[in-house]
Design a protein around this ligand. Sequence first.
Ligand code: DGL
Length: 265
Amino acid sequence: MDKPIGVFDSGIGGLTVVKELIRLLPCEDLVYFGDTARVPYGVKSRDTIIKFSLENTLFLLQQNVKMIVIACNTSSSLALPVIRRHFKIPIIGVILPGAKEAVYATKNGRVGVIGTRATINSGAYEQEIKRLDNRIKVYSQSCPMFVPIVEEGWVSDEIALRVAQKYLAPLKGKDIDTLILGCTHYPLLKPKIQAIMGKGVRLIDSAQQVAQEVRQVLIQEGLVSKNKKRPTREFFVSDEVAIFANVASRFLGEKLGKVKRAQHV
Ligand code: DGL
């Protein structure tokens, strides 16, 4: 079907999901919206996150999308159930795909989750994991400083290592064998997180899992785009375009097409 997939995030980070979608579904048209005027969501209240997420969903529906991917872990944790109640098209969040993969991956039944404060306080990952297998022990840790560190481009610096060591120290003592990177930004810190947690801990990148889930839903619902030679990719933000475009290519791993300013916020 020749309609685009809509993706939204609180800002830039959701491009880690777009990157995986492009890799797995290269023929699909995409419309991305990053709420750069109101980022970060990870420190905001449930009501505010739901309000912003509903507005972002309406904006994507105006772009005539066939399904919506909530790339933001914070929005997925707090707003997905509410949004699903209001709209008919398929809407996918990042929590369930990441939780499923963790349940599948763990051998010793001990799983760690890291994310923003709002995500961790919501208990969303823990609930999904327990729903899938209630014998699994879940250990959660919020890492709020990871987001600004990644956006500054300091992922390879000493400061990233120090901050990661501090946040991950409590998890290191819990004998986990699987760790969910429950935030759009954290895949960029993978090498540091892996070095600290050790090779025995499998890192679950929810961006990769969500792309798999999107593919499945497209197939199930008969929404796959066929044989598109030149898929379109549109990027919208709610604040200054130039600031976004600079940092964005780091998340996407390639140069972005034209970025436009959305007027709904
Ligand atoms: N996109 C958010 C998430 O995945 C991180 C940035 C924010 O706090 O808005 O939770």
